[in-house]
Design a protein around this ligand. Structure first.
Ligand code: HEC
Length: 130
């Protein structure tokens, strides 16, 4: 029992380190591309903002829902999407390739263009603490 607890604490510790590493590395890369300071508040606003794209009102929450701790649902395919909050879903924001792949797709679909380094940094700064 005690051992189990120690393992859990260790694993949680390792996981938050993985998030910190990946996100910090991404943020440094965005700044190298010319981004300035990042803001969780701007990230939050963009996350909930509604964009008119291809004649539809679209938002990050169209698929991820307005509760990042809950499972989402793909707006086009109806497929379930795991919760976005790293506190609930420890796999989130631990893989730089995955983050970039989905930023690319989701920004194009939602915003109608790729996100800038600044925007991606603001999104990650907001999402990492959910
Ligand atoms: C059309 C549906 C849809 C919309 C809209 C959408 N996403 Fe996603 N998003 C997905 C899917 C599907 C995945 C990958 C499946 C998964 O990870 O559960 C994903 C994954 C991600 C990931 C990867 C997270 C990780 O590390 O696991 C990030 C970051 C992300 N989305 C950000 C955004 C942002 C920012 C917006 C708004 C600009 C957005 N998404 C809008 C469907 C969407």
């Amino acid at each position: 029992m005690k051992r189990c607890l120690i393992m859990t604490v260790l694993l949680l510790g390792i996981n938050s380190l993985a998030i910190a590493d990946t996100v910090d590395e991404r943020l440094a890369a965005y700044q190298a591309e010319g981004a300035g300071e990042f803001s969780a508040e701007r990230g939050r606003e963009m996350w909930f903002k509604s964009y008119s794209t291809e004649g539809q009102e679209r938002s990050c929450t169209s698929c991820h829902t307005d509760n990042a701790g809950k499972s989402g649902k793909h707006a086009k395919t109806g497929k379930p999407i795991e919760p976005m909050a790293p506190s609930v879903n420890p796999e989130r924001l631990t893989d730089a390739k995955k983050i970039e792949k989905w930023f690319k797709r989701n920004c194009k679909w939602t915003v109608g263009r790729e996100c800038t380094a600044q925007e991606k940094g603001d999104f990650l700064t907001y999402l990492r603490d959910l």
